[in-house]
Ligand binder design. Structure first.
Ligand SMILES: Nc1nc2c(ncn2[C@@H]2O[C@H](COP(=O)(O)OP(=O)(O)OP(=O)(O)O)[C@@H](O)[C@H]2O)c(=O)[nH]1
Ligand SMILES: [Mg+2]
Length: 474
């Protein structure tokens, strides 16, 4: 009997011990959860995996809640905590839900336990990070480039990845008239956050068309050398200008894309983007985006404008003109403001203002459209890419200016940009601070403040600063 009581007591004690252990484990889980919820109420900002892991250890939370696959933005984190409350098996939880909205409120950022040395960095808009499975636009970053330009291409990739793409991972497309070397492919694919693809341009899209009179072409090369015309000596430069005017959008690798962001070797972006420029273009119904606008060299395009007018007065082509086009921006010669203006030596109505096309964010469907393609084919047949030295920048600009409404053209005045030899630095001090811009607005190479910038014309006659469009005499 005694031994029976003894074993019954031990059995009861064992049961109690088991119950107690279950209670302890259970409550510790809830403590963790409560801690998380409490901490959440303190408005934690976590924006990287390492932040998250150190957050867990500092708050003495179970490491089983750590994740290797999440990138946290404030909004993601909120979603995640909701998950925490609802499901205990967090370690198996899936990636965050699709989250496109990266806006946030300044007041959401407070330090944990008021300790500034904890995981929180100072408030900085540049830390906006979209969710891992962010829904990108159908867009690619595009670079036409030669193998020997690899170091310069890498420099451009570095700055654009840093300022924009590292958070968005848009794919890069590299085009070349020759096969890319393995060295080029290896280095660029490792430097980019998005996928990369490499295209060889078909010879017919690149080389001199069969209808070009080679004697006349050689004559122009010689004249251009004699007259010191910029890049006038180079045959490949003319192929490049023709290609960038009318063939880039026809390349096979671009067929499935709607948007492109043109990048050249050795450029620099001065500010954090803080938003997805492709989404901006789409949401605001824009088709073409630029940063710099300047006067072109008359001696490279003596007959481009007249040929353009010929095209628009042929058949029904005038129907292609947009209702609210930028004709005035392209032709105005008045003095704006009190500053000195350059005396262009234009021999036509064109004032030589063009968008600097080494930076472009634009819609491929526009450049693939019938009006643009017909316009380009007309120009190409006339041979001005070879008998003169027409650049792709004035060709794009005239087409964009006449075929699109002003409201479809966007001036990216908040990014800051450098392509030798000019730069453009946002003029707003607060914007430069918030977007971590690294540029000097007073730099002598800041083209925007120089007489040969066309920006004031864009502000007055294009889609820019509306206060300049008010004319008290009207
Ligand atoms: N594959 C290839 N790319 C070229 C060739 N010529 C120019 N490019 C590219 O075309 C773009 C424009 O050429 P650039 O030499 O930069 O012309 P630019 O911007 O007018 O003049 P600079 O930048 O002042 O030299 C750049 O992305 C070049 O890398 C060429 O012969 N082959
Ligand atoms: Mg260039």
């Amino acid at each position: 009997m005694q031994s029976y009581i003894k074993s019954l007591t031990s059995f009861i004690l064992l049961l109690l011990a088991i119950a107690l252990s279950i209670l302890i484990v259970y409550s510790s889980v809830f403590t963790d959860l409560n801690d998380l919820v409490t901490t959440y109420n303190k408005n934690v900002k976590l924006n990287s995996i390492s932040n998250f892991n150190s957050f867990l250890s500092e708050e003495k939370l179970s490491s089983k809640f750590a994740s290797n696959s999440y990138i946290f933005s404030p909004i993601d984190y909120k979603l995640n905590l909701i998950n925490y409350q609802n499901q205990i098996t967090l370690k198996n939880s899936k990636r965050l839900q699709k989250k496109e909205d990266t806006s946030y409120n300044i007041n959401n950022y407070l330090n944990i336990n008021n300790n500034e040395t904890t995981l929180l960095s100072a408030l900085n808009q540049s830390n906006i990070i979209p969710a891992t499975n962010y829904l990108r636009e159908n867009a690619t970053i595009l670079m036409l480039v030669r193998n020997w330009e690899l170091p310069s291409a890498l420099a451009s990739i570095r700055t654009l990845e840093d300022r924009f793409n590292k958070n968005y991972n848009y794919p890069w497309t590299f085009l070349n008239d020759e096969p890319f070397t393995q060295e080029f492919i290896d280095a660029t694919s490792l430097a980019t956050s998005g996928e990369t693809q490499y295209g060889i341009i078909p010879q017919v899209d690149w080389n001199i068309p069969h209808w070009i009179n080679l004697t006349k072409f050689e004559q122009n090369i010689n004249d251009s050398i004699h007259n010191n015309i910029i890049y006038g000596f180079s045959k490949s430069y003319r192929n490049m200008c023709k290609f960038n005017s009318g063939y880039f959008m026809r390349q096979e690798l671009l067929q499935n894309y709607e948007w492109y962001f043109r990048v050249e070797p050795d450029v620099n972006y001065f500010c954090n983007f803080n938003y997805d420029p492709f989404k901006l273009m789409k949401n605001l119904n824009k088709k073409y985006g630029f940063i710099v606008s300047i006067y072109d060299y008359q001696n490279t395009i003596p007959t481009l404008w007249d040929t353009t007018m010929e095209f628009f007065t042929t058949g029904n082509n005038s129907n292609y003109l947009a209702k609210d086009n930028s004709y005035k921006f392209l032709t105005d010669n008045s003095l704006i403001g009190t500053s000195v203006t350059v005396q262009t030596n234009s021999t036509s109505d064109y004032n030589l203002c063009h968008f600097w096309s080494n930076f472009e964010i634009a819609n491929l469907n526009f450049f693939r459209s019938k009006p643009y393609q017909e316009f380009f084919n007309y120009l190409n047949q006339k041979g001005g890419f070879y008998y003169e030295r027409w650049g792709d920048a004035p060709v794009h600009s005239i087409a964009v200016g006449l075929l699109l409404n002003k409201s479809e053209i966007h001036h990216f005045d908040d990014i800051g940009y450098y392509h030798p030899p000019f730069n453009s630095c946002p003029s707003s001090n607060i914007l430069r601070l918030v977007k971590n811009c690294q540029c000097n607005v007073n730099d002598e190479n800041n083209i925007d403040t120089k007489p040969h910038s066309c920006l004031s014309k864009w502000w007055k006659f294009g889609g820019g600063k509306y206060f300049m469009q008010y004319d008290s005499n009207q």
